[in-house]
Design a protein around this ligand. Structure first.
Ligand code: HEM
Length: 139
């Protein structure tokens, strides 16, 4: 256990730990490559457009700001609420688990500190749960 873990939520520490824009672009590329190849992820890959160029860009830009770096999503696309922007989709446990699996396996491939990989996947579980909550209100 090291103390660094406690500081990832401060300022732009997480953005730096993720390798800034270059590192996030690699992470998101690996994430969407996983989504396009893992059989478990077919259910969520099919929800996305065939061409993932814009999806990749939006996720990189969102994560940059979410991790304390530049607010690129807001600058380029305007304000966003992650739960609201997924509300029209059908997202329950299988979809949430598939999303997190693609991200966890993408994180494994990055040259990040191990404790940062753990921190990030744990943090990503919060918006995933919020998305599942709002989507469950559709039924
Ligand atoms: C819970 C499982 C999730 C599923 C199944 C899912 C699926 C999707 C789909 C189908 C889109 C539309 C893609 C497009 O049309 O380009 C989308 C957009 C997006 N997702 Fe997710 N997503 C999930 C979780 C997350 C999480 C946890 C985050 C952030 C940490 C996130 C961030 C985004 C962003 C930033 C966009 C672009 C929104 C926009 O500009 O409209 N997603 N997602």
């Amino acid at each position: 256990m090291n103390l660094q873990n406690h500081s990832y939520g401060i300022q732009d520490n997480s953005y730096q730990a993720a390798g800034e824009l270059t590192g996030l672009t690699k992470l998101v590329d690996d994430f969407y490559d996983n989504m396009s190849t893992f059989p478990e992820a077919k259910i969520i890959r099919d929800m996305h457009p065939k061409d993932l160029t814009l999806s990749r860009k939006k996720l990189v830009y969102f994560l940059a700001g979410w991790l304390g770096g530049p607010s690129l999503y807001a600058e380029h696309f305007g304000g966003i609420s992650i739960p609201a922007s997924h509300q029209h989709l059908v997202i329950g446990n299988p979809e949430g688990d598939a999303w997190l699996l693609c991200m966890e396996k993408a994180l494994e491939k990055q040259p990040y500190q191990e404790d940062f990989k753990t921190y990030l996947i744990e943090q990503l579980k919060f918006p995933t749960e919020r998305i599942k909550d709002v989507c469950s209100q559709n039924t």
